[in-house]
Design a protein around this ligand. Sequence first.
Ligand code: ADP
Ligand code: MG
Length: 392
Amino acid sequence: MKIATLKKIKNIKNKVVFLRVDFNVAIKNGKVTEDYRIIAGLETINFLLERGVRLIIATHLGDPKGKPDMEFSVKPVALRLKTLLKKPVKFIPEVIGPKVDKAISELKPGELIMLENLRFNPGELTNDKKFAKELAAKADIYVNDAFSVCHREQASVSAIKNYLPSYAGLLLEKEVSALNKVMKPVKPLVVIMGGAKISTKAPLISKLYGTANQILLGGALANNFFKYQKLEIGKSLFDADSLISVKKFYKGKKLAAKIILPVDVVVKTKNGSPLVRRPNEVKPEESILDIGPETISLYSRYIKTAHTLVWNGPMGKFEETSFKHGTISIALLVASRASGRAYGLVGGGETVEALELTKMAEYVDWVSTAGGAMLTYLGGGKMPGLSKIVSK
Ligand code: ADP
Ligand code: MG
């Protein structure tokens, strides 16, 4: 694996660097309410500023559908960045054009500007070459620190690299290194998968199947397997298009030996109360919303043997108090095992939320909020944002 690392470029003083970050943070009433993504990006920004670069920072924010929409303005992000960096951050209310050009021409070494939301321009989402060229026009070097969008064909992560020498930011480099560790794992490798969208998760199960010792399933993901086995799953969430994805893990009626399904589940009964049942005892009016206590105990035995652990996807609808126990137990088990004995990787938006409820996230070796990109990378899918930056 070769990464075009920032650490090795020489003579970048005075150069204009276009830095693509993912500062897609939560904003309420014009204020940033959750800034961990900005904090995670500070290392690369400081690295560049300390070396006397003239820095342009750009991000996407939400989904403004290719046109300006002040609800998605990056201005509050620039303000928060200023506070965190303790340095002036000049916000430019445009993505390309004369205002941007003028601000760049006025930049001094060690100074930075932040552009408006990249997705205010329709060319971003269509990976438009002309737009990418305009983004690149006033810069000498491109740096990508936005791993979470690297599975997308978008101008500021893909096409732009045709016009500038391109490098990986420090955060992106760490993310890729962490994911590579689980692709060449110290064994036993135990993978825990749950959550909802099986279409995005099936490639990962297939890919890790070869190296994994066990793949433990939970959440709505497991419902698809129960459904395939023609078990009653009542009103449980499942994905009607998933049966093809699931089929490849079966030989006739027999499930692949490494894939482990819950041996008990928690259902929401007709009157709304939780009840533990065997998977083959679920009633038509019930829905499966968590893994049961015997499953937690079974999974804990596997987790305690692992030297590498990968967890993506909650074990149930953990947002409801009665159905959070499976997910929280798995989070605790993964974090404790990762605190010393195993290399632990936890990824996915909701999965990380659940992990954080345990206050034990710090024990996990790599916590990735780049859900889609992580699944694509680990699943062996296309990563347009990494071409020319990361090579095998
Ligand atoms: P991540 O973003 O961590 O990859 P997903 O987006 O795949 O995870 O799925 C997370 C969501 O799946 C959670 O909001 C959770 O409530 C839901 N979920 C998991 N299991 C079930 C289930 N059995 N029934 C209904 N919803 C579930
Ligand atoms: Mg999610």
